[in-house]
Design a protein. Structure first.
Length: 137
C-alpha cells in the first residue's frame, strides 16, 4: 500500500507542477506487485465532471477485480472546514486493499510558480467502492 500511495503522490504532484491541476486518475496494484495507471474513459461528447470521472474509474477497476490486489483513486479536491467553507487544495487518495480496511488520505498543497509545496498527509477511514465487503464466517 505504501508503494501505491507513494506513486499516487508522485504522479499527482508532477501533474500539478506541469498543469496546475489534474483530472482524477487511478492506480492499481496487480497480484504480482506491478502498479498500473488508469485514466477514466469518456465515450461521451460532453466532458465528465470530477465525480463522474471517479465513478468511471471505479467501474473500470471493478471490471478488472480478479487481477487486482489494491487500488487508489486520486483526485484534486478542495478541503472544507466544519462550516463547509473552502480551506485548501489537496490531493485526495482513496485506497482499498483486497484484504484490508479502506483509507482515504488527503495531502494539502500550495502551488508557487512551477513548484508545489506539500503539507502533512492526513489519513482517515475510507469506504469500499471497488472491492466487495469481506465476508466473515
Amino acid at each position: 500500500m505504501n508503494d501505491l500511495l507513494n506513486d499516487a503522490v508522485e504522479v499527482a504532484s508532477e501533474l500539478l507542477e506541469s498543469n496546475g491541476e489534474f483530472d482524477p486518475f487511478a492506480l492499481a496494484m496487480l497480484g504480482d506487485g506491478k502498479i498500473i495507471h488508469l485514466e477514466a474513459e469518456n465515450g461521451e461528447e460532453e466532458p465528465l465532471d470530477a465525480e463522474q470521472l471517479v465513478a468511471s474509474l471505479r467501474n473500470t477497476l471493478r471490471e478488472r477485480l480478479p487481477e487486482l490486489r489494491a487500488t487508489a483513486v486520486v483526485a484534486d479536491v478542495t478541503v472544507e472546514d466544519e462550516d463547509e467553507e473552502a480551506m485548501t487544495a489537496a490531493i485526495s487518495i482513496q485506497m482499498e486493499h483486497v484484504n484490508g480496511d479502506p483509507v482515504t488520505c488527503f495531502l494539502p498543497y500550495e502551488l508557487g510558480g512551477d513548484n508545489i509545496e506539500l503539507a502533512d498527509l492526513v489519513g482517515e477511514p475510507g469506504e469500499r467502492h471497488v472491492f466487495p465487503e469481506q465476508v466473515v464466517n
